[in-house]
Design a protein around this ligand. Structure first.
Ligand code: XMP
Length: 317
């Protein structure tokens, strides 16, 4: 019978055998899969695993510092790379969702390649690929698709010529979580909602600016913190906020305002392929709407997305 503990034991032994004294480079995203893959490889080869965590400027509020800190606490050899400016430059003026995805994918590859070159004699690329990623290789979105479209233009970046080690490629998501738990990964990482690779860039409709990112980060943090405070976070599959490219009239004191509109999105789902909008309590929505409008400068209206997938998608872009 499969148990997380026996999986860890045999996989770590196999990794030791396979990797020996080789060095491995791995990109951490803050998500469950890359984190568990890192913990497994770390258990096998320790400091010969070089983890890279990139701040692409479109992460959640305090995500970069917070997640980096917990990785360090876990003993991982991790380097945080602040590449915000490089990403903002690549994104400047882009409004098409796929163009934004491509710009982020390409910039990530550039940054990661540069960082991988700093690890002398690195032999392997570690990845958190899980079984559904292997069988659903037809997926049109996501970093691998971006990487593929990048190849065709510029040739293979050097890190992609490395041998690949994917210790989770036989596991389903719940098994990955069980393995992570066995390895001592904190619940804050294990129970985290899915978050898209292009991050807040596909939740800011239209072009990306650091100012818009700052507004959306505040709104998102209030929403997510509220869900956690009310015990709702674990009841929804994914939640976040979207910054709309419209302004609306409002009133504050006796002043007329003309400010931004944000949409809140929360869904229930099993695998993200289909999803229902989460029937969050009205009281919660009322409170969170007030909190957002009162606390986030530049926002005067909050709407709640009541669309299911299909025909809508979870993300707005
Ligand atoms: P949709 O919007 O297609 O999203 O219903 C389904 C799931 O996929 C995530 N998603 C992405 N993840 N890169 C990613 O890594 C992307 O470009 C991307 N687009 C959507 C989305 O957050 C949801 O969990």
């Amino acid at each position: 019978d499969w148990t997380a503990a026996s999986f860890v034991e045999t996989t770590v032994a196999q990794l030791k055998q396979k990797l020996g004294n080789d060095k491995v480079v791995l990109g951490l995203s803050g998500g469950v899969d890359s984190s568990v893959a890192a913990m497994l490889i770390h258990r096998a080869i320790g400091q010969n695993l070089y983890c890279i965590f990139v701040d692409n400027g479109v992460l959640r509020k305090d995500e970069f510092s917070g997640v980096l800190e917990s990785y360090k606490t876990l003993g991982l050899n991790v380097k945080g790379v602040d590449s915000k400016e490089q990403f903002y430059t690549a994104l400047a003026g882009l409004t098409d969702p796929e163009a934004k995805r491509k710009a982020i994918g390409k910039t990530f590859i550039d940054v990661f390649d540069q960082e991988a070159h700093l690890v002398e004699d690195v032999a392997w690329l570690g990845q958190g690929t899980i079984y559904p990623d292997v069988i659903e290789s037809v997926s049109v979105k996501g970093p691998s698709a971006t990487i593929k479209s990048h190849h065709n233009v510029g040739g293979l970046p050097d890190f992609m010529k490395l041998k690949v080690v994917e210790p989770l490629n036989t596991l389903f998501k719940d098994e990955v979580r069980a393995v992570g738990r066995t390895l001592g990964l904190p619940e804050a990482i294990l129970g985290r909602h899915p978050f898209p690779g292009p991050g807040l860039a596909i939740r800011i409709l239209g072009d990306i600016t650091p100012e818009k990112v700052a507004i959306l980060q505040q709104v998102d943090a209030l929403f997510i913190d509220g869900l956690k405070r009310e015990g709702l976070y674990d009841k929804v599959w994914q939640a976040g906020a979207i910054l709309l490219p419209v302004q609306s009239v409002g009133v504050m004191g006796d002043e007329r305002t003309y400010e931004r509109v944000v949409a809140l999105r929360a869904v229930t789902s099993v695998d993200g392929m289909t999803a229902d909008w989460a029937h969050l309590p009205y009281e919660f929505l009322a409170d969170i709407s007030n909190e957002i409008i009162n606390r986030v400068k530049g926002v005067n209206r909050v709407v709640y997305d009541i669309s299911s997938k299909p025909p809508a998608t979870i993300e707005w872009e």
